[in-house]
Write a protein of this length. Structure first.
Length: 265
């Protein structure tokens, strides 16, 4: 009886020992190909950059090459102001006559005292009538004119960019409206197909309705093309290097129309 009890105990403990050995066995190492394989990159397309009107104006003022070139002329005119306000420097001059340059044999103290002539002079220009003051004022006026022209260029650039920004929002509004019309008419097509299957409409009428759906699709494609063209035109003001290819705009069309009217005035 004791031998049977001991044998049963050993048989019951055997599966437990096997499971413990399997759990303690380390996992096999990864293959070299798996170890060297890089982590899988995220292939999802990045979200487009959305810019508002204030950000668009800032980018345009920073990346417009014509405006940057005009701004550099202000520094040039300020340098001309310094030049115009300078006082003339004294001049030192001298000359000689009958100097025995090609006759070295006659070069002696007696010849230099009796035959050679030397002249030395110093001069200074005294400006009368307030010339320097008027010259400096003319240079300052030229700087003021240049600064006003640059300011006007900035205003014109801001106005043109705001107008093009509104064109993009208008194209987006047209696209939304065309998409809504397409979705609404798609429901009409679905209802017509249900009526055709129920025998309440002929196949000819169903085909006519589906043919009208192509016009709504054409409107959606035309609206998308108009928005792409508007974004490309706006990117010329922003600078191609300042925004990515898939950028977009954000803002309210009603608010921007008020901003454009205030800028134009």
């Amino acid at each position: 009886m004791k031998k049977g009890t001991a044998l049963a105990t050993v048989l019951l403990a055997l599966p437990i020992c096997v499971l413990a050995q399997q759990s303690s066995t380390p996992a096999p190492p990864a293959s070299p190909a798996q170890a060297a394989a890089p982590p899988r990159a995220d292939t999802s397309k990045p979200a487009p950059t959305r810019i508002a009107l204030d950000e668009a104006i800032r980018l345009a003022l920073q990346h417009n090459h014509a405006l940057l070139a005009a701004q550099s002329t202000i520094l040039q005119n300020q340098a001309q102001e310094i030049t115009a306000n300078l006082r003339p420097n004294p001049t030192l001059s001298w000359d000689t006559q009958f100097f025995p340059l090609f006759n070295p044999g006659e070069f002696n103290s007696s010849y230099l005292e009796n035959q050679a002539q030397f002249d030395v002079g110093i001069g200074y220009l005294f400006e009368r009538g307030g010339k320097r003051k008027r010259r400096y004022q003319a240079a300052k006026d030229a700087t003021a004119v240049t600064r006003a022209q640059v300011t006007d260029n900035e205003r014109q650039l801001t106005f043109n960019l705001s107008q093009q920004f509104i064109n993009v929002l208008l194209a987006q509004s047209t696209l939304d409206l065309a998409q809504q019309d397409f979705d609404s008419f798609q429901k009409t097509v679905d209802i017509s197909e249900f009526r055709f299957k129920a025998g309440d409409m002929s196949e000819g009428d169903l085909l006519k309705i589906k043919l009208q759906l192509l016009q709504f699709q054409s409107d959606v494609f035309a609206a998308k093309l108009s928005k792409v063209q508007a974004l490309a035109a706006l990117r010329q003001f922003l600078g191609f290097e300042s925004v990515p290819d898939n950028y977009d705009v954000e803002g309210s069309l009603d608010v921007l129309l008020e901003v454009e009217a205030a800028t134009a005035s």
